[in-house]
Ligand binder design. Structure first.
Ligand SMILES: Cc1cc2nc3c(=O)[nH]c(=O)nc-3n(C[C@H](O)[C@H](O)[C@H](O)COP(=O)(O)OP(=O)(O)OC[C@H]3O[C@@H](n4cnc5c(N)ncnc54)[C@H](O)[C@@H]3O)c2cc1C
Ligand code: SF4
Length: 476
């Protein structure tokens, strides 16, 4: 065994305290574990009501943060909830999983004055959890039906937000999703230790109670074409997300035990929700007792390494070709992963996967940052002669996602897409090149964030409403 390999000692032997930290976190409790009412009010009371709410300006939903912080300080929780819910369909979810350090909290003036931001996300979560406990959160039942119908393809956050807004306006709303559960990446991508699944299910139940019709296991392209849905509904919203994993073209990538990130995370999420998952039970897609190498530096890679730690991996390494300062993932997530025992191998790229049938190692090469590219980002360059092999009996590729080929999948070659494959929309009307067909969320903007998907879903609902009302008026 090489000296480098000797470093891969069993996590439990080397890091008992880190394993403990991970176990403590198997349920969502990272910042909020004991967020009692007094603590929420204290935290909210740290807001200086500065009058220049950069936090609000840096929230994609333009949430009225200063007002709900003030109301929380004053114990006026129902009003705080009403203000929070006025701009956000899923505040209990964004409060948990927004990268606040890059959005609202990162721009809090108290953070800028080096005194640590008000933990806005945790207060947002607390407000909505309190509202649910007290029965203040109601199903979005419309005052009056308007006789028009909208079909939404995709039940992720973009589809859910659009569905709620449209239902409130009186539309007959149908959501079609190819999975057996609604929620999109909220259910099958994001791990349960960041977002508990019953929180998502609670929202979906409310949408059902409001009369939104959910068609699960319904894949557009297989069970109906886009054209068929256009004939069935007055308008159609495409909110299908992006699911094509970017691949890695290196020797040995086809060996067994090398998986795309989403396959690994979906298996883990299904197992956590009690589904029968043979690939987990027989040890195939289970990191227990394995030396795991995750390739990538984004938030999906962080979710994979932290899931592997929780499954009982012997060692977990994250390979990224740039350095820490240049990685796309949240620094907060890196810190969490490091605390749990994950080893980050910066400035390193896989050259090949080695093994006979199954992978047993990753041949990696060291990189340095060279001249900036056209976008101003330093390009990684190989350091010749620096290759070495690290032990790995499971490898996970987390290199990002691209859109699937929707025009082919939907049997709609006329649907306009950009050169990246995202569905092209007119940014004012949010309509595609097909009359009455709109698009929102990751499939229109590229892989992004839940909070942006909600924003897009809300905007699309408004644009669809304007379009259909104008059409109705013209026909009258
Ligand atoms: C592993 C992972 C972790 C992430 N963590 C975070 C995080 O912590 N915070 C954050 O803000 N963002 C995170 N994101 C990003 C976030 O999840 C997405 O930006 C967001 O879910 C996009 O919402 P959406 O509604 O556009 O698409 P999705 O959530 O992807 O939902 C799309 C839905 O469309 C359905 N669909 C697709 N094709 C069809 C078809 N042909 N017919 C019927 N249905 C179809 C899918 O089944 C899916 O349910 C993460 C992403 C990943 C992959
Ligand atoms: S939605 Fe996200 S960015 Fe906006 S206030 Fe909540 S946590 Fe901050």
């Amino acid at each position: 065994m090489t000296e480098k390999m000797l470093k891969f000692v069993h996590l439990e032997q080397k890091y008992p305290q880190k394993r403990e930290a991970a176990e403590r976190r198997t349920d969502f409790d990272e910042i909020y574990a004991s967020f009692e009412p007094d603590a929420a009010a204290d935290q909210a009371g740290r807001c200086s009501q500065c009058g220049v709410p950069f936090c609000q300006a840096h929230c994609p939903l333009y949430n009225n943060i200063p007002d709900w912080l003030r109301l929380t300080t004053e114990g006026r929780m129902e009003e705080a909830y009403a203000i929070s819910a006025a701009t956000n369909n899923l505040p209990e979810i964004t409060g948990r999983i927004c990268p606040q350090d890059r959005l609202c909290e990162g721009n809090c003036v108290i953070e800028q004055s080096t005194h640590g931001a008000v933990t806005i996300g945790s207060v947002e979560k607390y407000i909505t959890d309190t509202a649910f406990e007290n029965g203040w959160v109601k199903a979005p039942v419309p005052g009056q039906e308007n006789g028009l119908s909208v079909g939404i393809i995709g039940g992720g956050p973009a589809g859910m937000a659009a569905a709620e807004q449209l239902r409130l306006k009186g539309y007959d709303v149908h959501i079609y999703d190819r999975y057996d559960r609604m929620g999109g990446l909220l259910v099958y991508g994001i791990p349960a230790f960041k977002l508990e699944k019953h929180i998502v299910e609670r929202r979906i139940r409310l949408l059902e109670e409001a009369g939104i019709v959910m068609h699960t296991n319904f894949e557009v392209g297989r069970d109906a074409s886009l054209e068929e849905l256009r004939r069935k509904h007055d308008s159609v919203l495409i909110a299908t997300g992006v699911y094509k994993a970017r691949d890695l073209k290196v020797p040995g990538v086809g060996l067994k035990n090398i998986y795309p990130a989403l396959e690994y995370l979906t298996t883990s999420n299904r197992q956590g929700m009690g589904d029968a998952v043979p690939a987990y039970d027989d040890g195939t897609l289970n990191a227990k007792d394995k030396h795991v190498v995750v390739v990538g530096g984004g938030d999906t890679a962080m979710d994979c390494v932290r899931t592997a730690v929780r499954q009982g991996a012997r060692s977990v390494k994250c390979l990224y070709r740039r350095d820490r300062a240049n990685m796309p993932g949240s620094q907060r997530e890196v810190a969490n992963a490091e605390e749990e025992g994950v080893e980050f191998v910066w400035l390193t790229n896989p050259e090949a996967f080695v093994g006979d049938d199954k992978v047993n190692g990753v041949r990696a090469v060291k990189m340095r940052l060279g001249a900036p590219d056209a976008g101003g980002r330093q390009s990684p360059e190989v350091i010749e002669g620096s290759s070495y092999t690290m032990e790995a009996d499971m490898a996970i590729l987390a290199l990002g996602f691209e859109p699937e080929d929707l025009p082919s999948l939907f049997e709609a070659p006329e649907l306009g897409v950009s050169r990246w494959g995202t569905v092209k929309i007119d940014f004012r009307s949010m309509m595609t090149n097909l009359d009455g067909v709109f698009a929102a969320g990751d499939i229109a903007r590229g892989a992004s964030l839940v909070v942006w998907a909600i924003r897009d879903g809300r905007d699309a609902a408004d644009r669809i409403d304007e379009y259909l009302l104008a059409r109705k008026e013209a026909a009258a």
